[in-house]
Design a protein around this ligand. Structure first.
Ligand code: ADP
Length: 365
């Protein structure tokens, strides 16, 4: 079902003195969508969130919510909710007091407050914790109380700024799954800031990759993985098979002379590229396959010769490292399908299907 965006940013810019914190950002968020702003520290994620919240003014551009321009509207009138890394739970109140605080401030009756707080505590699986003091909670429980508190007033839009940033990795990963299912269960529209790609992948319907105050690329996580728009996005996503090449021929298919050998991908050439141009070639780690040297491939694609360097087991998946031409490449395969017939130093056959290859303009172009 087609939806129209609930939040629209159009060419929003903000600078502090000479520094552009946000430059020409346009962004649409659909109702119920979970958008992650992902990017390195200092790229402008928090500033963007604060502008949407009304805590920061914008220099130019417009922000509208449900079609209404938010210019000049006070933060509290926007009806948005927040959850920050610094949770700011009230230490002198118990869990019930914290979650119900803003509801009492809104003038809800005590019966209504009790019902809503109980509903929220059930949602975050802390139904039995209503009388606990904040200092009697674990880190993860505090985070869930903070989430219940920010959801209690039924915000029209929830903004989360690195809410799990202070937790250790194991706790963070388990909470990511919980936060995702809670936000989806309640169906709230949410913008979640993080610099951690794993977190963005665990949570997002849409990842908005920000760098230098600009949106570099946005889309569903799998689309960014399949076709990263820039080398920086590719490297930030952890892609490793990024090699140099030159476009040799372009018609229905595109032929590239690369440091791994001659490669081919489906045409046409991406905009801005021409025959003779230097390119960066990304070979999808999960689509490239390796087999013993005399293997007869049934699949379509370019076959290259290489040498297997090592195989690393990483739980359910295994990484096979190999040298192909002048390049070091990695192939990721399910551990159960991993090759047992090859060992380090063996000559191997490497299959690169056309859909495994993505071309980007080279950085010097
Ligand atoms: P992120 O959240 O991605 O780490 P920020 O939005 O906090 O990035 O910062 C973006 C840029 O704007 C940085 O260069 C930062 O130093 C600058 N900046 C942010 N807030 C202010 C401010 N109040 N005054 C001056 N510069 C600021």
């Amino acid at each position: 079902m087609a939806t129209s965006p609930i939040l629209q940013l159009d060419k929003v810019s903000k600078s502090y003195g000479e520094t552009f914190a946000i430059r020409d950002v346009s962004l649409n968020v659909d109702r119920g969508e979970l958008v992650c702003l992902l990017g390195p520290s200092g790229c402008g994620k928090t500033t963007l969130l604060r502008i949407i919240a009304g805590l920061e003014t914008l220099d130019s551009g417009t922000i509208s919510f449900r079609g209404e321009d938010l210019y000049g509207m006070a933060p509290h009138s926007r009806g948005f909710g927040f959850m920050f890394q610094d949770l700011a739970l009230f230490p002198h109140m118990d869990v019930f007091g914290n979650v119900g605080f803003s509801l009492r401030m809104q003038g809800m009756s005590s019966d209504q407050v009790r019902m809503r707080v109980d509903e929220m505590l059930e949602l975050v699986d802390l139904g039995d914790y209503r009388n606990r003091k904040v200092h009697e909670l674990s880190g993860g429980e505090r985070q869930r109380v903070a989430l219940a508190r920010s959801l209690a007033p039924a915000p029209k839009l929830l903004m989360l700024d690195e809410p799990l940033g202070s937790l250790d990795r194991v706790l963070r990963e388990s909470l990511q799954a919980q936060v995702h299912s809670i936000l989806k269960e309640i169906g709230v529209t949410a913008i979640y800031v993080t610099h951690d790609k794993e977190e963005a992948f665990a949570l997002a319907d849409t990842i908005v990759f920000v760098n230098g105050g600009q949106v570099v690329q946005s889309g569903p996580p799998e689309a960014l993985f399949r076709a990263p728009a820039t080398e920086m996005v590719a490297r930030s996503l952890g892609l490793r098979n990024i090699i140099e090449g030159t476009v040799v021929r372009a018609s229905e298919s595109v032929e590239i002379a690369s440091s791994a050998g001659t490669l081919s991908t489906a045409g046409p050439l991406p905009d801005g590229l021409a025959v003779g141009d230097g390119v960066l070639v990304i070979i999808n780690e999960r689509s490239v396959s390796i087999a013993p040297v005399h293997h007869e491939w049934a699949e379509m694609g370019i076959k290259l010769s290489g040498v297997m360097n090592e195989q690393k087991f990483r739980g359910g998946e295994s990484e096979i490292h190999m040298t192909v031409g002048r390049s070091e490449l990695v192939s990721i395969v399910p551990t159960l399908d991993a090759q047992t017939e090859m060992t380090s130093g063996d000559e191997v056959s490497v299959l690169v299907p056309p859909e495994a290859v993505t071309l980007l303009p080279s950085a010097e172009a």
